[in-house]
Ligand binder design. Structure first.
Ligand SMILES: Cc1cc2nc3c(=O)[nH]c(=O)nc-3n(C[C@H](O)[C@H](O)[C@H](O)COP(=O)(O)OP(=O)(O)OC[C@H]3O[C@@H](n4cnc5c(N)ncnc54)[C@H](O)[C@@H]3O)c2cc1C
Length: 406
């Protein structure tokens, strides 16, 4: 690797790029990584939340410095069910993520190139917008979400406002889903995270078929919710929005693998399909993959990291296999229920045992857990549920629909 700028180049200094760099550099003392970011700072300006049980016990000590806020329990609220779940909920943010990688930047082992856009990317080199070519034995692509015609999606869309209230807001623990709000064109809930006694994030979320989001309308509804809670006297700290992919089905293409690509197989993070099919959240999968990459490095500890271009696609196929059941649930939610009735699926789900709910979000459901989720009085019409059962038939119908639309 005489012309190589680093052992590994990571394109995109967002969540997955930085978690991977952090883990790999912590575990491998001789490794050198270059991370290339289009924006003028690493890690952006975000918060990322997760259940502590989403992260394997062996990795919890490692991710501890990332956690900015932690709560012992949270609430869910539906028209016919209210429940407090004793599940530890955590939030990290851009500042804590930057602090996690800072020692490696200072040691010179993590070289950061800011305000630099990559225009072409292969397994062992990248070409920048200015035409410069940079080489490494391995290139990971962590550039964030990209649509893929072989992945069939619904969407989770939201606007979040963090406010500072004049008097204490009084919210003791997060409300992960407050679905007692009007259901407008899909499953809708409000999500509240009380960061401090005066600071609270209020997010209005919609599970709908299309990605369109009217930020002004949603912001007005958040204000209504805030006022109804008695938090009208406040200042706005920040506002964020998101449109996350919810996977309904993935097509198998002969010779392409489930990821639908042959090239550029160092895709990690949300770009590589490493997110939870039901929530669109990617923190737990990004942590898992960062650790798996490290484990692979230990097996092939000769510094030539090109084997990762084969390992990552195989690992992706395993992830897609594990999520077959989650995609089925998404088809039930999005295609078997009238939009205003979708909340009933979640209302029923949150009546299940706490440890099953934890395993659901951690991606570790057993066969009997899956049976438990499906049995009983279904909250969706049985004929429609059966119609959407087969992923293959669903894909065939979706392809035909797309063709007739064009
Ligand atoms: C508002 C919002 C809130 C979310 N909240 C959560 C949450 O609470 N928990 C959770 O698990 N998930 C959450 N997600 C989902 C998901 O985890 C995040 O989107 C996460 O940041 C995805 O990580 P990533 O590394 O794949 O992509 P990103 O974090 O988006 O990083 C991609 C990076 O690549 C850079 N880039 C793009 N193109 C180029 C290029 N050509 N050259 C160089 N750099 C480039 C971008 O500037 C960016 O910094 C949220 C998403 C959003 C949008």
């Amino acid at each position: 690797m005489s012309n190589a700028q680093a052992d590994m180049i990571i394109v995109g200094a967002g969540l997955s790029g930085l978690l991977t760099a952090w883990r790999c550099l912590d575990v491998n003392p001789d490794l050198k990584i270059m991370i290339i970011e289009a924006a003028d700072k690493i890690a952006g300006d975000h918060t990322w939340s997760f259940n502590l049980t989403d992260v394997d016990e062996s990795l919890r000590a490692w991710i501890k410095p990332f956690i900015a806020y932690q709560w012992d329990s949270y609430d869910v609220k539906f028209p016919k069910r209210e429940r407090t779940l004793d599940i530890t909920y955590c939030t990290g943010n851009s500042e804590t993520l930057r602090a996690c990688v800072q020692p490696h930047i200072e040691s010179g082992r993590l070289k950061v190139k800011l305000k630099t856009r990559v225009k072409e990317l292969k397994a062992d080199y990248v070409i920048l917008d200015n035409g410069q070519k940079l080489q490494a034995t391995c290139v990971l692509d962590a550039r964030g979400f990209e649509p893929n015609e072989n992945v069939f999606l619904g969407y989770q869309k939201f606007v979040g406002r963090t406010i500072r209230t004049k008097t204490p807001h009084g919210l003791k623990r997060p409300i992960i889903m407050d679905a007692k709000v009007a259901q407008l064109g899909g499953y809708r809930f409000v999500y509240c995270l009380p960061f401090t006694a005066h600071e609270v994030l209020v997010e209005d979320t919609y599970y709908t078929d299309g990605p369109e989001l009217s930020e002004n309308e949603v912001t007005a509804r958040i204000d209504d919710y805030i006022n109804a809670k008695g938090w009208g006297d406040h200042e706005l700290v920040r506002q964020e929005k998101g449109v996350l992919p919810i996977t309904l089905a993935i097509d198998f293409k002969s010779g392409h693998g489930k990821s639908g690509h042959q090239e550029n197989d160092g895709r990690i993070g949300i770009r590589g399909g490493f997110y939870n099919a039901v929530t669109g959240y990617s923190f737990p999968e990004a942590v898992k993959l960062a650790d798996e990459i490290c484990d692979e490095m230990e097996i092939f500890n000769d510094r030539e990291l090109s084997f990762l271009a084969e390992f990552i696609p195989q690992y992706r196929e395993g992830h897609y296999d594990e999520e077959t059941f989650l995609r089925l649930l998404n088809r039930m939610l999005f295609r078997s229920c009238a939009p205003e009735e979708r909340y009933k699926v979640l209302q029923r789900f949150y009546g299940l045992p706490r440890d099953l709910i934890e395993r659901f979000y951690a991606g570790t459901l057993s066969k009997s857990d899956k049976a438990r989720i499906l049995i009983g009085k279904p909250p969706v019409p049985v004929t429609k549920a059966l119609y959407n059962f087969s992923e293959k038939a669903f894909i065939k119908r979706e392809r035909a629909r797309r063709e007739s639309d064009t």
